[in-house]
Design a protein around this ligand. Structure first.
Ligand SMILES: C[S@@+](CC[C@H](N)C(=O)[O-])C[C@H]1O[C@@H](n2cnc3c(N)ncnc32)[C@H](O)[C@@H]1O
Length: 340
């Protein structure tokens, strides 16, 4: 008996953690009138946003979570309430549960946070996440230490899953952009003993990442680059750029900029690799991605993207051959594209 080493399958934790959104995304929909509107007529996201007077981008993220909870469905680009929702959640239905669900508006703090995202289109002012720290381009050492610690735990299984992917066999020099604790770069370097890795992040985060590299005994092959990825020149000489959970922190517009910076710093034949939890192509689930997207809505400027959305972003920068593979036993995929 005793502790076991990390595997690539951490779904038991993710399912537990993401369950925090299951009830409040529905109580918020009840409060703003989603089930009444979509129970009466199918609507596009834009039509529903106008009808119930909420932010369209945030509503799209909420609807994906409701769809993967079986409460709404999308056909031909229009959403409607499912029979279950029309039976139990339409305010005019005989079996309406509103009288019961009402009290959770007060008792579950996530209700107020999700409601605010719909009303303002922005994350709540009291959001507890790393977003407000790193968006300033600098952070206190304490914040970097806290963020590195939580990202290290969060990313251990997907890092092990990514490290096993065949694409890394042909890469001699890799740059892990927005590396956090360096957990991905460390696991990939461990799995590929001849690879050299550069960990790029804000200065304070690099200080934290160096501690994890030292602990892993990989200081000979892993270096750090304290660089603001938006404002400063990127180091060159790498065969591939790797981003884990970075694009999901930012808007499509910012991601196009990041993809372009990567494209410009890579040689011809170079690869861009993204470790992300992907939405389905139709943007209506699955739950593990839709609920993660709610977390991004509450804590960052981003959301979870689908492969077609990443294809559009990466191709806009000049990359080709955009593909995705599920990695390991958890929920992550590796998106890959090439600079011609
Ligand atoms: C969600 S964390 C991902 C960390 C790591 N890749 C992982 O998946 O565990 C996002 C990272 O992007 C970094 N970041 C944000 N803005 C940055 C900037 N302007 N330049 C460099 N790194 C930045 C943050 O400091 C943070 O470490």
């Amino acid at each position: 008996m005793g502790p076991l080493p990390p595997s690539t399958d951490d779904r038991v934790i993710w399912d537990m953690w993401e369950s925090q959104f299951r009830l409040p995304v529905a109580t918020v929909a009840d409060e703003v009138g989603t089930f009444r509107a979509l129970g009466n007529a199918p609507m596009t996201t834009a039509e529903l946003a106008a009808e119930i007077k909420v932010d369209e981008r945030a509503l799209g993220i909420h609807l994906a979570a409701l769809a993967s909870s079986g409460l709404v469905e999308k056909r031909d680009g229009r959403w409607s309430a499912t029979p279950q929702a029309r039976t139990w959640l339409h305010p005019d239905a005989e079996g309406y549960w509103g009288g019961f669900l009402f009290r959770f508006r007060e008792t579950i703090p996530m209700h107020a946070q999700l409601l605010e995202t719909l009303k303002t289109g922005k994350r709540p002012a009291n959001a507890v996440s790393g977003g407000p720290e790193w968006e300033r381009g600098h952070m206190s050492q304490e914040a970097a230490e806290r963020i590195a610690r939580f990202m290290h735990a969060h990313s251990m299984a997907p890092a092990r899953g990514a490290a096993r992917q065949a694409v890394f066999k042909d890469i001699g020099k890799l740059m892990d952009v927005g590396c956090g604790s360096g957990v991905y770069g460390i696991e990939i370097a461990r799995a590929h003993p001849r690879m050299e890795v550069t960990l790029l992040d804000l200065k304070e985060m690099c200080t934290e990442a160096r501690k994890f590299v030292e602990e892993a005994g990989l200081t000979g092959r892993i270096s750090t680059a304290p660089v603001n990825m938006f404002e400063q020149e990127w180091p060159t000489g790498h065969d591939a750029h790797f981003f884990a959970n970075v694009f999901h922190d930012w808007s499509e517009e910012t991601n196009r900029l990041l993809a372009k910076k990567s494209f410009d710093a890579l040689p011809s034949g170079g690869k861009i690799l993204l470790s992300e939890v992907l939405m389905d192509d139709e943007l209506d689930g699955p739950w593990h991605a839709a609920s993660f997207s709610l977390l991004m809505l509450v804590g960052t400027l981003g959301k979870q993207y689908s492969l077609p959305e990443f294809r559009e972003i990466l191709e806009s920068a000049g990359f080709t051959d955009v593909t995705a593979t599920r990695t390991g036993g958890g929920y992550y995929s590796l998106v890959s594209a090439t600079k011609p």
